[in-house]
Design a protein around this ligand. Sequence first.
Ligand code: FES
Length: 158
Amino acid sequence: MTIGGSDMTVEDAVRTVVADHRDQRGALLPVLHALQAELGCVPKEAIPVLADEFNLSRADVHGVVTFYHDFRREPAGRTTVRICRAEACQALGSDALVGYAREAGLAVGETTPDGSVTVEQVFCLGNCALGPAVEVDGRLYGRVDTARLGSILKGTVA
Ligand code: FES
């Protein structure tokens, strides 16, 4: 896998990011965040390189990447819709939003085939009093019902 049409490989990107964090203790998480910022995700090809760099097993690195919901395995779509599924939003109906998105062909954790939208779940957006909360490309929406989510997914909510 090369990156953005350049000759840079995932391995090159990982080793560069790790080098930038060489003096930082407990650098795996900052490196993963930096890698995702650089590549848009933490691709599976990065796992063995990270294991080598941090002297960890591949299973250890894989465990960290999959434990944290923030890390993507594939690049996100052009629009990222994050539905809060923490307790307060769940009590106010966020499961209905997840079901609605799934029926619209957007399961949590997936991207539309045309790469336009990715739906993710998060656990608290700091908007608990106005749940269910949804964040679209960093913009927060409160009291989202299925009709409003439909408009958001169609890109018709300003
Ligand atoms: S629980 Fe959803 S914003 Fe806090």
